[in-house]
Design a protein around this ligand. Structure first.
Ligand code: NAG
Ligand code: NAG
Ligand code: NAG
Ligand code: NAG
Ligand code: NAG
Ligand code: NAG
Ligand code: NAG
Length: 403
């Protein structure tokens, strides 16, 4: 009996360990500089316009007042080369390339960040094709290189990435991260470089072609901003059922909503939307934004008169028959006696759902089945405790069962 108990206990321990090795976790930092202000919203709006190749809409705003992009708030560590050189990158489901500053770059935006030294890496291979990514307040340009890129201890060989040699403008000046690691589909990638996650899967470093994000939008000082899980998802991080929705156009993580409502007002039926971890805002097609702005009586500067936050309606995205609510606490922000929306307009026919939405809903990016899964974030328990509690419970249950 004692023997059996011991063996069964060992089995459970091994299963728990196997489960642990199947998923690979990258803790995410939340930018300490993050502050959502009207100015930061406008800066980000322009940034997102460029990312999605949108043109500016009628409500013009002063470019020179725009602050930098501290509002691109979540990032984590990766390493490149052998021995590994550490970089912090934004894991961005709204783009498909990886780039970091090159040692050969002397632009202010490069020298204030960590830079990649290919001559210090024994696994570096030159590629040399040039790239140029334009952002609204400048651009990053350089050439492609190949090297080992390690994320959460998983070494991807021959990953093609951009070495930035010139960074013009103020896009990434003072940014909390060094570079960007794109996690959208391959067809979006500049120079058709295979994105990191596709190589990770093809090199069999994860078993499932799935990754998932928990973005914590609550608390400003917590260094634990959430986590990115490679190779699957962790049911301890969400509660209730998952709702899956097919990707309708596998370039961005794009899908169709059933309907979108602001309180009792129907804003749209069947609108497309994109899940973008590299954006903090919500962007709405102009006509739909206008309808929302009318409810709040937003003025031409983007402000409206505040009232008790809970008196504003809840924004409700219906996805595959299930309601995903965004309460006013998450999309209204108060600046003195005036309030502003973390929702802006775009001249495209799709919504862009950034952290305002993704911070409330655990999101599974299922590359293999080309679908997205959403569930309520489990805000009750710290994730590190959950595994321990489950293991202890498993031991107790097993002991009872064996007796
Ligand atoms: C951006 O849109 C314009 C037209 O609005 C188009 O000419 C251009 O090719 C697009 N650029 C990209 C990178 O898609
Ligand atoms: C970057 O930070 C420096 C020092 O804090 C500040 O003077 C400068 O205005 C910032 N630049 C941008 C573009 O935010
Ligand atoms: C990322 O790396 C930096 C420098 O090596 C380290 O200080 C920081 O704690 C790391 N962050 C995480 C989340 O591992
Ligand atoms: C590596 O390259 C950098 C500039 O790109 C240079 O300053 C440095 O001396 C080089 N180091 C070695 C060991 O060659
Ligand atoms: C990486 O590139 C080297 C040299 O081109 C090649 O020998 C090797 O098979 C490649 N490895 C993978 C996993 O693609
Ligand atoms: C450079 O990278 C691109 C994209 O991965 C690839 O198509 C091309 O063959 C590479 N060129 C060289 C010289 O390795
Ligand atoms: C943050 O979490 C606490 C406790 O879970 C909750 O009381 C508070 O309302 C939350 N704040 C925001 C802004 O979501």
């Amino acid at each position: 009996m004692a023997h059996f108990q011991f063996l069964a206990g060992l089995l459970i321990l091994l299963l728990a360990l196997a489960e642990g090795t199947r998923l690979h976790r990258i803790p995410l930092h939340r930018s300490p500089n993050f502050k959502r202000t009207r100015e930061a919203i406008l800066a980000e709006q322009l940034y997102v316009y460029h990312k999605y190749n949108l043109t500016s809409t009628a409500n013009g705003f002063p470019m020179e007042q725009l602050s930098n992009l501290d509002n691109l708030q979540y990032y984590g560590n990766i390493s490149i080369g052998t021995p590994g050189q550490v970089f912090s990158v934004q894991f961005d489901t709204g783009s498909s390339n990886l780039w970091v500053p090159s040692a050969q770059c002397s632009s202010p935006g490069c020298v204030q960040h960590r830079q990649y030294y290919s001559n210090m890496s024994s696994t570096f291979q030159s590629n040399g094709s040039v790239f140029d990514i334009t952002y609204v307040l400048g651009s990053v340009a350089g050439f492609m290189s190949q090297d080992v890129v390690t994320v959460a201890g998983l070494p991807v060989k021959n990953q093609t990435f951009g070495e930035v040699t010139t960074e013009t403008g103020s896009n990434f000046l003072n940014a909390s991260f060094d570079g960007i690691l794109g996690m959208a589909f391959p067809s979006l990638a500049a120079n058709l470089a295979t994105p990191f996650f596709q190589n990770l899967y093809h090199q069999k470093l994860v078993q499932q072609p799935v990754f998932s994000f928990l973005l914590r939008n609550n608390g400003t000082t917590a260094s634990y901003g959430g986590e990115l899980i490679l190779g699957g998802s962790d049911p301890a991080l969400y509660r209730g059922q998952l709702t899956y929705v097919p990707v309708s156009n596998p370039e961005y993580w794009q899908f169709f909503t059933d309907s979108i409502q602001m309180g009792n007002t129907l804003i749209s039926r069947g609108s497309a939307a994109i899940a973008d971890t590299g954006t903090s805002l919500l962007l709405a097609p102009i006509a739909q934004y206008t309808q929302i702005a009318r409810i709040f009586k937003v003025n031409s500067q983007g402000y409206f008169r505040c009232r008790k936050i809970s008196a504003w309606p809840t924004l409700n995205f219906r996805i595959n028959g299930v309601s995903f609510k965004v309460p006013p606490q998450n999309y209204v922000l108060q600046e003195g006696t005036y309030c502003t929306l973390a929702i802006v307009s775009s001249n495209q026919e799709f919504w862009i759902l950034g952290d305002v939405f993704l911070g409330l809903y655990y999101t599974i990016f299922d590359v293999g089945n080309q679908r997205l899964g959403f569930a309520n974030v489990n805000s009750g328990t710290a994730p590190s405790q959950v595994g321990v509690v489950l293991m202890v419970l498993a031991f107790i249950v097993l002991r009872l069962w064996v007796h």
